[in-house]
Design a protein around this ligand. Sequence first.
Ligand SMILES: C[S@@+](CC[C@H](N)C(=O)[O-])C[C@H]1O[C@@H](n2cnc3c(N)ncnc32)[C@H](O)[C@@H]1O
Length: 217
Amino acid sequence: MLRQGRVSEAQQRAHETLLPIYGIAYSEAPLDLDRVFGRSAPKVLEIGFGMGETTAAIAAAHPETDYLGIEVHTPGVGSLLKQIDANQLGNVRIIQHDAMEVLQHMIAPRSIDGVHIFFPDPWPKKRHHKRRLIQPPMVERLLRTLKTGGYLHAATDWHEYAEQILAVCSAAPELQNTAQDYAPRPAYRPRTKFESRGLKLGHGVWDIVFRCVRHAG
Ligand SMILES: C[S@@+](CC[C@H](N)C(=O)[O-])C[C@H]1O[C@@H](n2cnc3c(N)ncnc32)[C@H](O)[C@@H]1O
């Protein structure tokens, strides 16, 4: 299901003119990512990039790495497209589609160096927990795509979701925690405005960084 929010005129224009350039159409065939980006370089997936400020900042600071953002929300896709264009970010591409399906069909096994999932929707009500993105089926699909040595980095400001992520990742024998439990915020992840405001109010943010150390089978 594509979730449609309000789309500004500028986002709509960016969506129409720039998606054909920086977007990759969903299809059920695996992508050759080196061909997509025109080079062989580390590949990082970002799932649910929202308005894309973090994606654009990380990509600008790391031109040596290629970033593939997956997001369903049209205003967010328009917003990141505008930033890619304004900052001439040659190392970002977007797929506007459900991440579970993209992982299953478009991402080749052991082709990804890192996965970012920043502030996934917390779905705080207990009866909605099943809608949360980071659950065993998602982690299983991610594991298939990660190279040995690749990392999975999630961040959340919802403590109980942080505990769930920690538990789900700890239960996968292919994954090893890079910290005792929560990791210090890696330098490449910039603090968002929303996060700084929350921290001033005494709210916490938890980073969880696991590494893929082996593959099953
Ligand atoms: C709370 S927002 C966080 C956005 C951003 N990462 C940030 O830190 O501000 C979560 C985002 O995940 C996206 N999302 C949720 N489920 C998704 C899915 N299955 N596939 C792709 N994107 C998804 C939503 O559209 C939303 O933009």
